[in-house]
Ligand binder design. Structure first.
Ligand code: ZN
Length: 357
């Protein structure tokens, strides 16, 4: 079978390879992959900045955002049938004495020794086939087939927003305004989910407002802010924000936005920084605003299957409210032979997918 693999640590090593088609036994299922989304992590892995091959191997098959159909099942598999559409989760629990991994929360792993398919120690889904046990496969309704390749990034956002509201159960809280930093796929999905919750959404982005981004902002009634606006100006024009969701991974932007967080507000960091940035802030001023304002700043990574399942429900709501909008986030579709274009920037980029069939 054909797959796209890298040699971790080697820049630009992504290549098409032939590998042996995996076989099912007992509790494993064989999934025929339909399409795979590419994100910043895949690009970083191909840059040689990140990623780890499975033990004893030099190559790592890429890909962690996928949708596929069940083609074969081991004799012990229950609750699935041939042809079922599935999205696989990414992280696999560590094998140590870890409270969270032992209870289905590998996204909250305490040891850091988890593995991640297509990223860290396990082959991914940029492959004609993969096998997996049912525990890590989430069934997708047929009518969400086209957009379900977005479910993995969706699950990340779903977790961040769910946990924001969970943490805020510490008090009476009626959020009205949210500032979303970044209009990539994470930022746009976060902004869409917040609009569905009836929040006023302020979307801050470096890019010009055009194309699909313009359509999303206009159709859903968000306010677009270009990132050359200062946070003082945002505060004087729009007031303070009850929630800030950070989706860029650019630490200066994240820390400089904190002064617009309202009393009792919560900021969730979702973007993973690449490179090194020093931030100069007035620590005492920030510290005192956080203490006197009962504020929360927290990070959120990855997602367990609960958030994939919640993400599907949210996807359906978005499809009902704004038909066809989610599919437009897929701004480039490539055949497997053209996969190299997935690592190159292009105007209007939101999500590139590789079509495997
Ligand atoms: Zn663990």
């Amino acid at each position: 079978m054909k797959c796209i693999a890298v040699t971790p640590g080697i820049k630009g090593s992504a290549r098409l390879i032939e590998a042996e088609k995996p076989r099912v036994d007992k509790d494993r299922l064989l999934v025929r992959v339909r399409r795979v989304g590419i994100d910043g992590t895949d690009i970083d892995i191909n840059q040689g900045l990140y990623g780890k091959a499975p033990e004893g191997k030099r190559e790592l098959i890429l890909g962690h955002e996928s949708i596929g159909g069940i083609e074969e099942m081991g004799e012990e598999v229950k609750n699935f049938k041939l042809g079922d559409l599935v999205v696989a989760t990414v992280r696999r629990p560590c094998e140590e004495d870890c409270l969270n991994c032992h209870h289905g929360e590998s996204d909250m792993c305490l040891t850091g020794h988890f593995k991640e398919r297509g990223i860290n120690g396990l082959d991914g889904y940029l492959s004609e086939y993969y096998t997996e046990v049912s525990e890590f496969l989430v069934k997708v309704p047929d009518d969400l087939e086209e957009v379900a390749v977005l479910l993995e990034p969706f699950s990340i956002v779903e977790k961040g927003i769910f946990q924001t509201f969970k943490i805020q159960e510490r008090m009476l809280w009626e959020p009205k305004k949210v500032l979303v930093l970044g209009a990539g796929s994470i930022g746009l999905l976060a902004a869409l989910i917040c609009r569905l919750k009836g929040l006023a959404v302020f979307l801050l982005a470096r890019k010009e407002l055009e194309g699909v981004r313009a359509e999303i902002v206009t159709r859903t009634g968000m306010t677009y802010l270009r990132d050359d606006i200062s946070f003082e100006r945002i505060r004087s024009m729009h007031g303070e924000m009850d929630i800030i969701l950070e989706g860029t991974g650019f630490s200066p932007l994240a820390f400089h936005s904190l002064p617009v967080l309202h009393a009792n507000g919560s900021m969730c960091l979702l973007g993973i920084p690449v490179g090194s940035h020093t931030v100069t802030i007035n620590g005492s001023q920030l510290f005192s605003k956080m203490v006197l304002g009962n504020q929360v700043l927290f990070g959120s990574v990855n997602a367990n299957r609960k958030y994939f399942e919640m993400g599907l429900e949210e996807m359906r709501k978005i499809e009902n409210q704004y038909p066809g909008l989610l599919a437009k986030l897929i701004t480039q579709r490539l055949a497997m032979a053209d996969f190299k274009k997935a690592f190159e920037p292009y105007p209007g980029h939101i999500k590139t997918v590789v079509e495997m069939e």
